[in-house]
Design a protein. Structure first.
Length: 70
């Protein structure tokens, strides 16, 4: 999984709000791959990415590991 923050080189649609990210604005590109190669990528405004991840944490809170004794 790769997450990068950079200036937009071409117009892309934000995966969270659906608005276009105009050339020259900052964007977050999130790409991931499987064993066969790169599977997909999504583009976000920086604020939309933070909102999306916070929303995801509210829906799926992290499970803490319990200590194993012995």
């Amino acid at each position: 999984m790769n997450i990068s923050l950079k200036l937009t080189m071409k117009q892309a649609r934000c995966n969270y709000c659906g608005e276009y990210i105009v050339k020259g604005e900052p964007q977050i590109k999130w790409s991931w791959k499987s064993r066969k190669g790169w599977v997909g990528k999504t583009y976000y405004h920086p604020d939309c990415f933070i909102d999306d991840r916070l929303h995801s944490l509210k829906i799926n809170p992290p499970v803490t590991a319990t200590k194993k004794l012995g």
